[in-house]
Ligand binder design. Structure first.
Ligand SMILES: [Zn+2]
Length: 287
């Protein structure tokens, strides 16, 4: 009994040292000597930034977020504070144009309807950029060729190539539109300053019918935090070999596509390496 108690003390002491070293503190369960579990609240986390990192949030008047705005963003703010140890603040505006000059520099979270995604989705923009780049490369190459026969042949080939590229762009753009209507809940370029959440997708409509009010708030908060996670440089877990999909059974990782359902507490979690990355990024940006 005594040795078990001291083992437990050593365990807790070790954990609080970790927290003091800058790791995120968390509320977790540990097995006690009677094989029961009990909740252990660890010392308060040391925040990576004192001054809050501000996000300008622009929501639709009749979108999926407005009605539960304060619960959703309140949960997101608490998650970052209590689990990650970064201080964020959400300021709300009716439109991007309503953001005052003095606040223009801040990061943004913008809600779009599924129909609006096509024009904004960075995948489309990135693909167009990639195509423009390769077209320029080919044009530069063509300019260096002197032989007229070869040149003629390559110009014909280039025309075919362009037609094919346009076709691919058209089809993919259409696919993105469809994807947004079905299941795209948000998007953000890795390291980008603006994060988008999408409402009006089938996933959101079904969620609205199938989930309890509490889980719906968690689900939306997860979408917000997921996209903000991308803006801090986190990858989706299926694109990140170092991170397992699930940390604990029934508790989806914030950056995982799996687990549309949410777990207990905040409903989602991050592994220490993901937390470290966010803390580093925010710490560099705001003191
Ligand atoms: Zn993602």
């Amino acid at each position: 009994m005594t040795s078990q108690v001291s083992t437990r003390r050593r365990f807790l002491k070790g954990l609080s040292c970790l927290a003091l070293a800058g790791c995120a503190a968390f509320s977790d369960t540990v097995a006690d000597e009677k094989q029961h579990t009990r909740s252990v609240r660890l010392p308060r986390i040391i925040m990576a930034n004192e001054k809050p990192l501000v996000f300008n949030v622009v929501l639709k008047k009749d979108g999926g977020y407005q009605g539960k705005r304060d619960q959703i963003f309140g949960l997101a703010q608490r998650y970052f504070a209590e689990h990650v140890g970064v201080n964020v603040r959400f300021d709300f505006y009716d439109s991007v144009g309503a953001i005052p000059e003095s606040a223009q520099e801040a990061r943004k979270v913008i809600e779009l309807f599924a129909d609006e995604v096509r024009a904004k989705h960075p995948m489309g923009v990135e693909m167009k950029h990639e195509i423009d780049r390769s077209r320029k490369e080919r044009a530069d190459l063509l300019a260096k060729i002197d032989d007229s026969e070869t040149k003629k042949e390559l110009i014909e080939f280039e025309q075919e190539n362009r037609a094919l590229e346009s076709d691919v762009v058209d089809k993919t753009m259409g696919y993105q539109d469809l994807r947004a209507r079905i299941n795209l809940c948000g998007f953000c370029k890795i390291g980008g300053r603006d994060a988008y959440v999408v409402s009006g997708s089938l996933a959101h409509q079904v969620g609205g019918l199938a989930l309890s009010d509490e889980d719906l708030v968690k689900q939306r908060a997860k979408d917000v935090c997921h996209e903000i996670g991308h803006s801090f440089g986190l990858l989706d877990t299926h694109k990140d070999e170092k991170i397992r999909e699930y940390v604990r059974p029934g508790m989806p990782n914030l950056m995982s596509y799996q687990g549309n359902n949410v777990g207990d507490g905040f409903g989602f979690t991050l592994v220490p390496s993901q937390i470290d990355l966010i803390r580093k990024k925010v710490g560099e940006e705001v003191k």
